[in-house]
Structure formats: structure tokens, C-alpha cells
Design a protein. Structure first.
Length: 292
């Protein structure tokens, strides 16, 4: 498969029309149709269902779209890295991040680096460990920040000194808002919102087999979105401290769990990874900051 043809394929998929895609790609429609047909012949699968004025992806086409997006993102990233080799005034770094107030250390390292390299650009994408490590493994991210122990056979890492403290986010008019701490017995019967990752690991680590008796109403991997659901009366959210707005106007409050439940955060990168110059500088800056 040629990179150029994959770009053609993606544009047709996005536009849902050979005609529109051909106009945007500055090629003739017969040329574009021929390229797509040759791609289908090469793969031995039909990628589009063709209508009179539009096209739609087949199941095989949807699979190729996901793969093509990852491949082209990696190709573009590689091209940017080689461009940056000759100009250490800046560059691009992609980081997949768990939600945590400890991201402040990453922000401080980036701020420090930008003083000397003003053309440095960073791209932060939030997600659970499984989501961000997949992109890291595929070379799309330079680093990932996760909140569970890293796989030491695959990654190098730096541990953050501070931990994240778990608790319950609730409306201020909830009876539980009167409590100083929240015990597992307080959670029985409540409509709970939590991340899938925490339900699998953190919550059972805190209350053992009692976790099976908790009522999980829904999942959310971003604390802000979950807090909106809490505010609208959909339940209570188990989350980290310092992620949600608990100001007087918010209508929400946070109470820590008891016994105390903490989670450690790690910056990870692939073993034997070759960094771009700016990514190497950022890693050095983070190490220096965390060792102070």
C-alpha cells in the first residue's frame, strides 16, 4: 500500500463522495476511482459500497480507516521529527495522559523548556491506561502518563512523588456531604459513576470483595464529564481529589474515602525508544524537576 493511496482512501471515506474527494485532492474522479479500485484489488476486499451519488464504508473499509489514520499519523510525525533534527529551536511532542492534579509537574517542565525553545509545541490527549499505551506502543505518542504500575518489560518510567487521593464527588445537598470521610458501607445502594479502569483495579484494592456489592450506574473516563452528571442528579462519582470544581457556585463537594485510597502516577516511554531532539530535552527537564 502506498501512503499516497491511503490518503486518497481516507479523503473518500471522510467526504462520502468520490467527486468531492477528487476536488479536494486535485485529481480527476476517474483517476481517484482507479486508485481506490486498485487498493481494493490489492487487499482482496471491497472497501466501499457505491451509490448513485455517494459511497459508504463496508466493514472492511471501516477497519482500514482506523489503521490508515494511525499509519498516516505516524508517517506525519516521523516527517516532523526529521525536520526537527536540523532545528532544535522547537519540535512536536505527543503525550497521552491520565487525569491527575500531578500533571502540574509535566506542565512546569514544558513551561521551562519553552523559555529556551519557543517553537516547541506539545499535544496532550487524555485517556485511560489502555487507550494511551496503545498509541504509545504504535509510536504515535512519545510519552504516556498513567496511574497504574507500568509493564517493566515494555516501558521505562519515572514515578511522580505525589499521589492522587480517592474520594466521592457529590452534590452539596446530599446527606453524605455532612460526613468527613466516606466508608464503603456509605456507598451501598448509591448510583455510582467511576472509570472502568478504577472499577477493575483501584476500588477492589480499597474494599476487596465488597466492591462486587456496589451499584455501578455508569462509567466516565474524564472527571469533568462525570461531575456534570453528578450535578444533574444522576448519582455519585468515585474519582481523584482536585479534579473537579467544588467552589461555592459549583453545587458539588468532595469527601475522601476511608481507609485512605491513593494511586501513584508514572511517566512512561517505550524501551529502546529513539527520541526526537525536543522529546529528549523534555524528558531531561522532567527528570530534573522530579528529582528536586
Amino acid at each position: 500500500m502506498e501512503i499516497r493511496v491511503l490518503r486518497y482512501f481516507l479523503e473518500v471515506a471522510r467526504q462520502g463522495s468520490m467527486t468531492k474527494a477528487a476536488q479536494l485532492l486535485h485529481v480527476t474522479q476517474p483517476t481517484l476511482s482507479k486508485q481506490i479500485k486498485e487498493l481494493e484489488d490489492e487487499l482482496g476486499k471491497k472497501l466501499f459500497t457505491r451509490g448513485s451519488t455517494s459511497v459508504s464504508l463496508t466493514d472492511e473499509g471501516m477497519l482500514l480507516r482506523k489503521r490508515a489514520e494511525d499509519i498516516l499519523e505516524m508517517v506525519d510525525k516521523t516527517a516532523d521529527e526529521f525536520t526537527a533534527l536540523g532545528q532544535i529551536t522547537g519540535g512536536e511532542v505527543d503525550i497521552g495522559c491520565a487525569e491527575s492534579h500531578n500533571i502540574k509537574y509535566l506542565a512546569r517542565a514544558i513551561k521551562s523548556l519553552k523559555k529556551d525553545y519557543p517553537l516547541f509545541h506539545y499535544h496532550i490527549v487524555s485517556g485511560a491506561t489502555e487507550q494511551v499505551t496503545e498509541k504509545l506502543d504504535n509510536g504515535i505518542y512519545d510519552f504516556a502518563v498513567i496511574v497504574e504500575p507500568p509493564n517493566l518489560s515494555k516501558y521505562n518510567y519515572i514515578g511522580f512523588s505525589e499521589t492522587d487521593v480517592w474520594g466521592l464527588c457529590m452534590r452539596k445537598d446530599s446527606p453524605l456531604a455532612e460526613k468527613e470521610f466516606i466508608c464503603v458501607d456509605d456507598l451501598y445502594g448509591l448510583e455510582l459513576i467511576c472509570s472502568k479502569q478504577a472499577i477493575r483495579g483501584d476500588i477492589p484494592r480499597w474494599c476487596g470483595q465488597k466492591a462486587d456489592s456496589l451499584k455501578l450506574s455508569g462509567t466516565a473516563n474524564l472527571a469533568y464529564n462525570g461531575s456534570v452528571f453528578v450535578k444533574e442528579g444522576l448519582g455519585y462519582m468515585l474519582t481523584f481529589d482536585k479534579l473537579i470544581d467544588t467552589s461555592q457556585e459549583s453545587g458539588l463537594c468532595f469527601r475522601p474515602l476511608y481507609p485512605k485510597l491513593e494511586t501513584k502516577m508514572y511517566l512512561i516511554w517505550r524501551k529502546y525508544q529513539v527520541f526526537s531532539p525536543i522529546a529528549e530535552l523534555l524528558l531531561a527537564e522532567i527528570k530534573k524537576l522530579l528529582q528536586q
